[in-house]
Design a protein around this ligand. Sequence first.
Ligand SMILES: Cc1ncc(C[n+]2csc(CCOP(=O)(O)OP(=O)(O)O)c2C)c(N)n1
Length: 829
Amino acid sequence: MARGQATADIDATGTKRELIFDAFRRWGYLQADLDPLGDLQPVAMPELDLEGKDAAAARGFYCGTIGAEFMHIPEAERRRWIAQRMESEAATPDRERILERIVRAEIFEQVLQTRYLGTKRYSLEGDAALIPLLDSVLEAASNLGADQGVVAMSHRGRLNVMVHTVGRAAADVFARFEDVDPRSVLGSGDVKYHLGATGVFVTPEGNHVGMHLVSNPSHLEAVDPVAMGRARAKQTRIGADGRRRVLTIMLHGDAAFAGQGIWAETLNYAGIEGFSVGGSIHVIVNNLIGFTTVPAESHSSRFSSDLAKRLPIPIFHVNAEDPDAVVRVGRMAADYRYEFASPVIIDLIGYRKHGHSEVDDPTITQPLRYRKIQAHPPLWQIYSQKIGVDAAPMAEKVREELGAAQKAAEELEKVPVMRQLPPYWNAYHGGRYKASLEVDTAVSADELAAVSGTLTSYPNGFHIHPKVKKLLEQRAEMGDGKRPVDFGMAEALAFGTLLRQGTPVRLSGQDSRRGTFNQRHAALIDIENEEVYLPLAQLPAGNALFEIYNSTLSEAAILGFEYGFSRDFPEALVLWEAQFGDFANGAQIVIDQFIAAGEDKWNLLSGVVLLLPHGYEGQGPEHSSARIERYLQLAARDNIQICQPSNAAQYFHLLRRQALRSWRKPLVIFTPKSMLRNPVAASPLSDLSSGRFQTVIPDAETQNAARVLICTGKIGHELIAERTKRKDTSTAIVFLEQLYPFPEAELTAEFARHAAARDIVWVQEEPANMGALAFMLPRLERVARGKPVLSVKRSASASPATGSGGAHEVEQRTLISLAFATTSTNAQQ
Ligand SMILES: Cc1ncc(C[n+]2csc(CCOP(=O)(O)OP(=O)(O)O)c2C)c(N)n1
């Protein structure tokens, strides 16, 4: 279309101006001047081929160094808010301060480069405007009430942010480049650009914002849900004012933002009640490259930010070489977040001065771009010229300051700890297991009856579903001791009694309110109006938090969130439930990098609980195994607890133990499916009002057995049924309820009761290459003092279970009869 043609089609002048502006509001960002190196060329847009005064004005607002994407937001008020800000004269910022901050950010990198040549630091040069950007976000946010910032980021610019945004001394960072005594960290700890940091950001007005940079693994974006959960916990702790006071800031790489699914999953729950943090500020530290990969190989769209358009939230692209525009965007983003409790995306487009890490040579893969970059002056020089200030003396002063900091670092005897735990962690600890950690978990029958009364009643006039009514009637009988307690009721009683003691409880998972297996019914739904009633919410003492949420259909981002929540709510029982246990492998990064290794790498603790439905019930390869072997492989130095309670009382005590001990360790529980309703797994109420969680359930019926079967979970009940059928009195069946930490003393005591046993046999439902077998055999042999330990299991297999219900039955029967086979040969199928 020829320039001017679009104008000619419009006649009414008022409308005409609006239409012209509308076109620029909608498409202007595609012609904005966003890339300091000019590789991201404006897009030809016939819609913007407009001339005249109005078009020039609109072009000035929307095609400068800020490109705003906001016309996809359905709420007119929000679009108007952004249009007004974009179309008004920007206030002149404090340019000398901006210059100083850029000088500091860039010289910091240069000093690191010169002093520690050949060490990875993931320089921010090329996107150094990030530092004044974060200043402007925090300044605006603090004026609106923020006094805490939770920052999540990966490697790029992390050391710079630690010093200039989180407020750590440069000497603390330099100390990490100096040699430390290797004996102090042998086999544990983490590299410097993954560590967390705590500090204070002080605004020019003197406001203090307590900052926390979250420790993160190398896995890009994996920290996102963790930071969200942590921020949510901090906000919850504060109460009604929490969302105002705690601001989440997340920094992303452009390739990672576009590519990593965990981030897509995290963004999805930004507006969902159980997971929202009232909007967070996201900055894509965009250098138009990911390692050696160019944008055309990283995302199928012009901007890496396009994923964010799944939500009705604004995206501001800004040229990192126009610091005035950058700080304007920062302020606008913070104001918008506070006005609408919405996430905001800032796409800060610059370049990467060096290779991916400083030891990489980028001229091998991007020779032309790097020729341009090498000839390009640093931002502090460009900006000082633009504002007419000689920055050389400032640069010299900063260099001297950093030189002194580096000397100070050399003289430090110990590498300083960068982060500090909040006081709510004072009562809790990690480390190795000791029997002295144990506490009473039993609850008096009177208290159980009282809790049960609340759990099984609902308000007058509440229209209960007839099936739920029946279930509640049965549960009321369980609470009164007239009927054995099943798993569903045991869990409700554990939660209810903890809440009555003032212990907060939070649980989320897919369909967890009702329970995948129709077993929980934590939320009662009125069948006339769908109103929700939470009996457990009637129980908390001292306003203890109780939250139970159906989660989005995500594993990684929800488990990451709950892990994060547990990090800032150590006094709570925080649980995540997988729909079936094997789905947890969608959250493998969170399990490996945070839950299993967090204490070892960062000395950071968590008491998060994973509920993983597990058991071979003929439902096929995908719904049988929660992959016990994976967790056992991750277990070392008492880093996690791995348990499979085989009856309701055991589950009750296990949950309560987790909350009431001062030991904070992640707990993986293999939870039942068919056992939920199996009467043999139900417990008398007296088992809840007395006793504790038993790591090993000895065989009370057998003494001096000839054969000892050791197993965990459902198969044990099947073995007992078979033994009864066979009228076998010489076989003991021992339930291993805690697989890790391995209960060696308890098992030794049980083996001693059967000292003359001919056969000791580990029995599992899983194939030979799965389940606990590989972990158990050497340990059981140690306990058996060298006696050979046999095993019964399915044949090694690539997938966990057969797809045929019939084949499953045959296999299960074979397993059980092999467990009782009289030969002492290894009972392999
Ligand atoms: C999940 C994951 N996959 C791969 C890597 C290896 N890796 C480290 S940095 C990087 C490139 C990141 O690019 P980008 O997100 O644009 O950030 P930049 O380094 O450019 O700042 C890759 C592939 C990783 N750390 N995490």
